[in-house]
Design a protein around this ligand. Structure first.
Ligand code: C2E
Ligand code: CA
Ligand code: CA
Length: 662
């Protein structure tokens, strides 16, 4: 970048232009003034001369002495300024004339502008005062050449002087401007021009001492201030948008911003898990792989991570070897642990790296958002510290920040494994609990309850097994086994002519399985189960709150020959809207929840309400958890005839049940 017209030149041109115009105006005014002064001087001098000759000349004219008059006129000759003298008679007639020197011609224009030649007219009177009329007029004319020469010399003096002055002034002004403005500006321009691109953003101009208080100082201060603003904005932008160059993953800052955003978007009670993953093999000082190999390995492992996660999971990178996953769907320790184990299995498989097999080792730390007070940084710190603890435990370890969670996840995942294992190993059994007509004590049905063989050889149902199976999804396999087993028992009974109906529990998750009804229909056909003898116990709390969907499902079940009982009735449908649909529901029984029965006869409110509802919609009620004769009597007195509970029998193994009741 070069300057094509310097400020100095522009300023000089302006100053010179203004100077020329002003000087010209000055000179013209002053010239007129001086010339006028000179004309007055000449007129004055000529007047004095005229007065000295007036008297004798008047007398000579009066006497008509021409010779005398001519002599007098010629005597004026030595008065150097005169060019000519005339005596004119009143009629305008020229009487006498004297030319003193041959005058040089003056340019016509000059003569016109300055009204040359200068001349005066003096009247000549007779000496007698009685005659006031002039005898003749004496006309004197100054030498115009002299005036012209004066004009020339005045003009040249003035032009020279003023031009000199203008020159001095414009040089002085130029010097000042050059020192004060042009030079500092040029220095700044050069500094800015030669600035390396990487320094442009943080660049600050130095404030020259002499310019602290002037406009230049103001400009530099403004520039520096703007630079600071740009720098902060730039910092902010780069802070928010930086990604790792190799993987293009969000870095810690960007990831924290995304995490914070997620925290703000989800409800306070929403749980999700943050997972920090260190791939030890990618550690810089590790020495196992070269830089180049590390890059290849990092990309290969990142690919594997991407293949493990769902679309809701956000990946970030904390360092060359540390990755972080925001697992939005990992709302329980088991889910998070399942994901961590999947990552562990995939990432620790051998990777081929240029004739070399590398088996990466990893450490995983996780933190769940259990508490709504945790912010993004807290969560990340927790997950990272869990990862560090996992490292200390040894190779390929997975830990939660909260040790209880690690424990729970392990327990649950073990249980999940045990369930699947147990199904194939025959560790499950259906126990039957009779449903008794409390008037006669005869069984009118049976409920199949799942039992699992315990290490000590006893059979029971671990408290969290169903919930856990639902969460992990093994409930599908478990449910299928239960139905098949129930159908097998029923088919066996029916072959032996026993018509007792059998109830089976179905969980909320199972209800949502797409092919649930189809599977049941298949089983019923396969085992030739009589319509209505298989009953499903649906927990009312399990209703997903979509009446149309539930209605369709229940209709499908009815069509398939399965009847339905609402389990734990009174606990869930506190919804009158739902209650109003009961009439049209294809449901044949209500099971009154155990919690209402066990407080009888002290508190009978709920039992009476449930009995009233059942009465209105004409459904049979089965009272669950009947343990005492008092309870039985009270229920019978209120018209509730079927009861199930320890008063009659707990759930029994099938053989024992058959032995006792058939
Ligand atoms: P539920 O359907 O309410 O089953 C009744 C539970 O009450 C059973 O517990 C039973 O042993 C217990 N019980 C029966 N009579 C009495 C009594 O007089 N007093 C007391 N205190 N309890 C009594 P269990 O077998 O532990 O089953 C618990 C829950 O597990 C069941 O509650 C049911 O919701 C679920 N469940 C059991 N088997 C299955 C199954 O095969 N599939 C599904 N999806 N869920 C099942
Ligand atoms: Ca039940
Ligand atoms: Ca129940």
């Amino acid at each position: 970048m070069r300057v094509s017209r310097s400020l100095t030149i522009k300023q000089m041109a302006t100053v010179s232009g203004v100077a020329v115009v002003t000087i010209s105006v000055f000179i013209v005014i002053q010239l007129f003034h001086f010339v006028q002064q000179r004309r007055i001087d000449y007129a004055q001098q000529m007047e004095n001369v005229a007065h000295t000759v007036r008297q004798p000349l008047s007398q000579a004219v009066l006497k008509a002495d021409i010779g005398q008059a001519e002599r007098i006129l010629n005597s004026l000759k030595p008065a150097g300024i005169l060019a000519r003298a005339d005596v004119v008679l009143p009629g305008g007639l020229q009487a006498l004339h004297a030319d003193f020197a041959p005058t040089k011609p003056v340019p016509k224009l000059i003569a016109k502008i300055f009204e040359l030649p200068v001349q005066i007219t003096v009247p000549l009177y007779s000496v007698e005062p009685s005659n006031p009329k002039p005898l003749a007029l004496l006309v004197l004319q100054a030498d115009s050449w002299r005036v012209y020469q004066f004009i020339l010399s005045a003009l040249s003096t003035m032009v020279t002087t003023y031009l000199l002055l203008a020159l001095i002034l414009s040089v002085a002004i130029s010097w000042c401007i050059n020192r004060l403005i042009v030079r500092p500006l040029r220095r700044i321009a050069v500094e800015l021009r030669d600035l390396p691109p990487q320094e442009t953003i943080a660049h600050q101009l130095k404030l020259p001492d002499r310019h602290r208080d002037d406009e230049l100082g103001m400009m530099i201060r403004s520039y520096n201030h703007n630079q600071q603003i740009i720098e902060t904005v730039h910092d902010e932008m780069s802070r928010l948008t930086t990604r790792f160059a190799l993987t293009n993953l969000p870095n810690q800052t960007l990831f924290l911003a995304l995490l914070e955003q997620h925290l703000n978007a989800v409800a306070e009670k929403d749980i999700f898990t943050l997972l920090v993953l260190r791939i030890e093999t990618l550690q810089e000082a590790n020495g196992v792989v070269t830089d180049e190999q590390r890059d290849v390995l990092a990309l290969a492992l990142l690919d594997k991570i991407r293949n493990c996660i769902d679309s809701q999971t956000v990946i970030g990178q904390l360092s060359d070897s540390d990755f972080v996953l925001l697992m939005k769907r990992a709302s329980t320790p088991e889910r998070a642990m399942r994901m961590a184990r999947l990552l562990q299995i995939r990432l620790t498989q051998a990777v081929a790296l240029q004739q070399m097999q590398v088996r990466p080792t990893i450490s995983i730390g996780m933190a769940a958002r259990e508490d709504s007070h945790l912010n993004a940084q807290d969560l990340l710190n927790r997950a990272a510290s869990a990862m560090m603890s996992a490292r200390l435990e040894g190779k390929n370890q997975i830990l939660f920040f909260n040790p209880l969670m690690t424990e729970r996840a392990h327990r649950r995942l073990t249980q999940e494994h045990d369930i699947l294992q147990g199904l194939s190993d025959g560790q499950f059994a259906l126990f039957l609990q009779p449903q008794i007509d409390m008037r006669s004590g005869q069984p009118v049905g049976a409920e199949a309850l799942l039992r699992m063989r315990q290490p000590d050889g006893s059979w029971s149902l671990p408290e969290d097994l169903i919930v856990n199976a639902e969460e992990s999804g093994v409930i599908t396999a478990l449910g299928r086994w239960v139905f098949e087993e129930a159908c097998r028992v029923l088919a066996d009974w029916q072959k032996r002519g026993i018509t007792l109906p059998l109830s089976v529990n179905i969980s909320a998750v199972q209800l949502r399985e797409a092919d649930r009804v189809a599977h049941l229909r298949e089983l019923i056909q396969q085992y030739q189960i009589k319509p209505g003898s298989l009953m499903l116990e649906i927990t009312e709390t399990a209703q997903p709150g979509e009446p149309e969907l539930v209605l369709r499902l229940l209709n499908d079940l009815q069509q398939a020959g399965v009847s339905v009982a609402l389990d734990d009735f009174g606990m869930g449908y506190a919804n009158l809207n739902w209650l109003s649909q009961f009439k049209s529901l294809p449901v044949s029984k209500l099971k009154m929840d155990r919690s209402f029965v066990c407080i009888l006869p002290e508190d009978d409110t709920m039992v009476r309400i449930v009995a009233a509802i059942a009465d209105i919609i004409k459904l049979d009620v089965i009272a669950e958890g009947v343990e005492t004769c008092d309870q039985r009597d009270w229920l019978l007195a209120r018209g509730i005839q079927i009861g199930q509970g320890y008063l009659y029998s707990e759930a029994l193994p099938v053989a024992q049940f058959e032995q006792r009741y058939f």
